[in-house]
Design a binder for this molecule. Sequence first.
Ligand code: BES
Ligand code: MN
Ligand code: ZN
Length: 459
Amino acid sequence: SAPFGDSVAMAAEKAAKVTRYAGKAGQKVDLVAPAGVVADRVVFWSVGERAKLSPQDTVELGGAIFAHLHMTGSTSVTVIDDADTADMALVAEGILLRAYRFDRYRTKEDADKKPTLKAATLVADDAAAERFAVREGVARGVYLTRDLTSEPPNVLHPESFAERVRDLEELGIEVSILDEAYLKEHGFNALLAVGQGSTKESRVAIMRWNGKGDDSAPVAFLGKGVTFDTGGISIKPSEGMDQMKWDMGGAGIVTGAMCALAARKAKANVIGVVGLVENMPDGNAQRPGDVVTSLSGQTIEVLNTDAEGRLVLADILWHVKETYKPELMVDLATLTGAMIVALGSEYAGIFSNNDELADRLLAAGAETGDKVWRFPLHKNYDKMIDTPTADMKNIGGRGAGSITAAQFLQRFVGDTPWTHIDVAGVVWSEKNMTLSEKGATGYGVRLLDTFIASHYEAN
Ligand code: BES
Ligand code: MN
Ligand code: ZN
């Protein structure tokens, strides 16, 4: 407390005594500053044992600091580390992540309910400032994912989502948008079948970031972008159907991750591909019982029009495998309610045909806090999507709903190393978290970014 003078030191000492402060991680002494001190308040915040502070703990520390102060009336904060060991770039990342708020459509909020904290100053060396540019790039990607996930479904539909992707050209990402005419001509019939009941046209948006500057095979990220999922003719119950605006969560993660990689100028070749459709019931909608011929040539009996995400992914997985011959593919999708039953909102489930790839994602998950847990694939689960009518059906049996969905996807990846991440439980949160307010979490951007940084980046 020395830099603040004796009055603060004395007040802090007393406050520590009367609040049972013991220096445990996260404990703090929070003082309204005595008269004569320039600051509004002085908060002494214990990080606990230094050696135990992981990078992710440091990010979360920033988030906790922001959450503690943003409603207090103070407009700025200065963060000082008395031991000068915490990575201030990570503290700043945490502050940025927690500071996001989606309030674009609130025109009448009382001034006293709005956050006041507008600026943060972190006392650190120049190296931290350089690292901060990188962390800020990543946070920018998380913000984009949250924006896309939060937008209402009348605003964000396949065509407008594609336009938001187009905006990434500004960062040096090469963008191409496949429109409905192109998709029809080239046989993306499974994807188009999902969108055919909607008045909005379907789209596939392709983002290429060539950060290595050579023509080596890219890593491919693919996302389910169902901008609204009514279930189609197999319609969902009305209760809670509004939540299906975030059924584009996988596509939101892929778009945000591409933004992050470009914003921090990652030295990696990565492509991001999102399948954008709206699943509506209508005179032109697909019916339960329809048989569609997917881009791969394999036929699918659509027994439930609400199992639509796998139809979208089937065509884009095949397209990416054939067209870009990627080193590996990772798809992300809010694919099954069963995933939420299994893991809740703590972990996402991963399914992979490649142990090394799965292990790399598990490690990136542990490092970033975007945690993943591996589930099995097996030929006996695969059999559950066989049908006498076509090459496969789009639903499995009674159990293992997340796994049979993954087995379906596996039929479209060939020998390419591949992982499916079912993010149904993690893209949206009903409660405030350390790094996000209730609402879109931005889950997955930091997972994919760290995955690339750890294994696919030239130095
Ligand atoms: N988008 C849903 C999955 C979902 C449900 C995500 C709830 C987040 C919250 C997906 O399209 C779906 O409807 N899946 C069905 C599959 C079933 C018909 C085989 C499901 O999980 O019930
Ligand atoms: Mn559905
Ligand atoms: Zn869906």
